[in-house]
Design a protein around this ligand. Structure first.
Ligand code: ACM
Ligand code: ZN
Length: 768
């Protein structure tokens, strides 16, 4: 936060300096704040200002779409028309020899003009995004903004991407997004120099691509009655007072009295989207997920699945039958039409989460296995994937698949998209065989996962090369990608909320050199982007309010300290449990509590759109005295229970498998089961009287008790997440208990800070 204030101060000083440096109308020029951060950026105190007569010159006819794209970005807000000319203009776009990876560029601006030179068309596009971010946020407005002068600082930028793959995947099957909504997402990707759009076009819950040979795929397979996902969304809309969970009316139609949800893209729609992406330097990777996740197809045509499917409209999964020639023919036919549409060299087969029960029972599958000497259903899956890959190659395409394509044998040429973060060997297996690898490990790259304080940081600090320590193999890492799975994301607004700002961290991780990354600086630049995203009507998630815990305690009275990284946000609160509105009291930094209070907080963006509700409990209390027991053994006692339940309170009743002495709250090394319960007990040694803050993160549930009192409730089945709480403790020993369970993967961590907010080591002891 402090850094933001410093930064605002320097903007102010610079603004005054510029008033004298520029003789145009006074422009408000800010420090250059570019995200992802460029390789190098120098700025001086002069500026370049757009005029009505400003022209865009190009040195190569292939740059015409780029110039027109730039004009389209700058025109609406300025009201200027920006003539595009071959040859010299005021803003010059050129292709030239620029050192560095493909798509490197330089950007030079001074009072006379702007010059962007890329080593490719896409380098110029990347330069355009940097130029765009030098203008005030209002440049993004879709209509004329009066009273503005459109200036940028004079800069010299040299820049090049770290990775060639900076991707985003959108699942349009579970919930559908129109071509306009997809184009809006492409615009957002382009702004942050992301260049691969992975379009997850089919799944069990809907087929979204027109295939002329099989019209029922979209006539029937694109429309369903409400399923469990829809019903959940409708429920959340009410429960959470959040209209972004409502099912948009433009995705519904009434057919013979039934309300059907859905939509699809015609092949003409797809061509439009591809052309739109190409101008913006984005490749589109289409995915028709197979052999699993095929319910929308197999329910509407015979001869594709092992047995006839009648489950259309439900949320279960059904695969194609690799034993039937008719099924293979279907798969190749749908991909033939797809390949004719999509120009990019890659297609994505899917290949994930294949439910193989039918294959075990199906005579055709078993016959196929016998015919080819396949020993397992995994090998049958690999056979199918290889068959399809040969087919793609024969059409001049390369294949990408989810990391399950490793199982049963990976072909030499496939690219693996690693998503199962628990399949820890997948990266080294892939690169060890010389195959290309794209990083999308579900935590933290699944953008449908619940967000918390750490979500952006966890992406930002992710280092793919740690998974591929062999330096000779690191060139096989093509890059990173965020995946937006849309089971519980029904609307454009919810999609934006889940995507931004996490995608900004993916963009910087993918583009910026490792030695340019700096979390504190990133946060300041991210905060700068919020004004731009507001003007663009992108409903990003406002970063978590900070300065307080979920459960706070205080002695006497408490001045509530709340901060928000987003300078455009306003915070409103209630103390009676009701949902805050814009009419509720506004938090202004002067809220003092003298009684136990439950605060309900909500943050509003300038448009009036609101964040999720945040609750904070403030308990007026006294210091809890230390125990008189004198524990003498260092560490904690951990008891491993054979636990399959979903609530920490039930762990103790489950049979005990083993007990351990542990140094701190970590999973003992030989606890390997994927379904576990652990209870840690002992004493914590408190060095002096004070209010201590605890941070308990786990996947799945956990609870923290101190002196027998609940301090943190992080219970239930959930993705990795942290919950915080406080306790007022007298110097000395206090009994501590942590309960934890997990249903696969698993992690637990407990941190404590003293009254000054400093993290301190735990000193644990236990009694026999
Ligand atoms: C996936 O999440 N099933 C790729
Ligand atoms: Zn079969």
């Amino acid at each position: 936060m402090k850094k933001t204030f410093q930064k605002l101060a320097s903007v102010f000083v610079l603004g005054i300096a510029l008033l004298t440096a520029c003789n145009e109308a006074p422009p408000v020029i800010k420090d250059a704040s570019i995200l992802p951060i460029p390789v190098s950026l120098k700025q001086d105190t002069t500026c370049f200002v757009l005029a009505k007569s400003t022209t865009i010159g190009i040195n190569d006819p292939q740059l015409k779409p780029a110039a027109e794209y730039l004009a389209k970005i700058l025109s609406p807000a300025t009201g200027y028309s920006f003539k595009v000319t071959e040859g010299e203009g005021n803003i010059n776009l050129g292709i030239g020899t620029i050192e560095g990876a493909a798509d490197a560029y330089t950007l030079v601006s001074n009072p006379e003009g702007v010059s962007i030179t890329g080593n490719t068309y896409r380098g110029v596009i990347a330069g355009i995004q940097s130029l765009r971010q030098l203008f005030p946020a209002e440049i993004e407005a879709d209509k004329k903004v009066s009273g503005m002068s459109w200036g940028i600082p004079s800069v010299q930028i040299q820049d090049a991407p770290r990775f060639g793959w900076r991707g985003l995947m959108l699942d349009v099957s579970r919930h559908f997004y129109t071509k306009e909504e997809v184009m809006e997402l492409l615009d957002l990707m382009a702004l942050y120099k992301m260049n691969k759009f992975h379009w997850h076009l089919t799944d069990d819950q809907g087929w979204r691509l027109e295939i002329k040979q099989y019209p029922l795929l979209t006539e029937k397979g694109a429309w369903r009655k409400f399923n469990n996902h829809d019903r959940d969304c409708i429920k959340y809309a009410t429960e959470q007072d959040n209209p972004d969970y409502e099912i948009p009316a433009d995705k519904l139609q009434i057919v013979e009295g039934d309300t059907l949800y859905g939509g699809f893209y015609t092949q003409e729609d797809v061509k439009e989207v591809i052309a739109y992406a190409q101008v913006r330097g984005i490749d589109i990777i289409p995915e028709l997920d197979m052999p699993g996740h095929m319910l929308a197809a197999v329910s509407n045509y015979n001869g594709i699945s092992c047995f006839e499917e009648t489950g259309w409209g439900s949320t279960f999964s059904s695969p194609v039958c690799p034993g039937k020639d008719s099924a293979l023919e279907f798969c190749k036919n749908v991909y033939t039409e797809l390949i004719e549409l999509f120009p990019y060299e890659y297609v994505h087969i899917g290949g994930d989460e294949v439910e193989k029960t039918n294959w075990k029972k199906c005579p055709d599958c078993q016959a196929r296995m016998k015919e080819h000497g396949l020993n397992s259903e995994e090998e049958l899956q690999a056979w199918f994937i290889h068959e399809m890959e040969h087919f793609f190659n024969s059409k001049g395409k390369k294949m990408i698949g989810w990391d399950e394509i490793i199982e049963g044998g990976l072909s030499e040429t496939a690219t693996v998209m690693w998503w199962r973060s628990w399949a820890k060997l997948a990266p080294s297996q892939t690169t060890g065989q010389g195959n290309d690898l794209i990083f999308t490990p579900n935590a933290p790259f699944y953008l449908d996962y619940t967000q918390d304080k750490k979500s952006v940081l966890n992406i930002y600090n992710y280092e793919p090369m740690k998974e591929v320590p062999d330096a000779d193999k690191q060139h096989l890492v093509k890059g990173v990608q965020g995946n937006i799975w849309c089971e519980w994301i029904p609307s454009r607004e919810r999609m934006h909320y889940m995507t931004a700002p996490r995608m900004l961290a993916i963009a910087e991780l993918g583009w910026s050199a490792n030695d340019r990354k700096d979390w504190n600086d990133f946060q300041v630049r991210m905060a700068d982007q919020f004004s731009r995203l507001n003007v663009m009507d992108i409903q990003y998630r406002i970063p978590d309010l900070e300065g307080f815990m979920k459960n706070n305690v205080f002695i006497g009275e408490k001045k509530v300290e709340i901060t928000c990284l987003d300078p455009t946000a306003s915070i409103h609160y209630t103390t009676d449990g009701s949902t805050p509105t814009l009419e509720s009291p506004k938090y202004d930094g002067n809220l003092v509590l003298t009684e136990t209070t439950d605060l309900t907080l909500r943050v509003f963006r300038p448009s009036g759109k609101r964040s999720d509700i945040v609750k904070a409990h403030y308990e007026k209390t006294e210091y809890t005295p230390a125990t008189t027991a004198a524990p003498s053994n260092p560490g904690l006692k951990a008891t491993w229970h054979d636990f399959k339940g979903r609530k920490c309170a039930d762990i103790a009743a489950a049979p005990v498998k083993k007990t351990y002495r542990v140094e701190d709250v970590t999973i003992p090394r030989d606890v390997k089961s994927y379904i576990i319960g652990l209870i840690y007990k002992g004493y914590i040694n408190i060095p002096e009287d004070g209010v201590y803050s605890f941070f308990l993160s786990s996947d799945d549930g956990s609870m923290l008790y101190i002196d027998g009192k609940e301090v943190i409730d992080n219970d239930g089945l959930h993705a990795p997440g942290e919950v915080t709480g406080q306790a007022a403790l007298k110097k000395g020993y206090h009994p501590i208990e942590v309960q934890y369970f997990d249903h696969g993967g698993g992690s637990i961590n407990l941190k404590v800070c003293n009254s000054n907010g400093k993290e301190m080591p735990f000193t644990y002891l236990y009694a026999h």
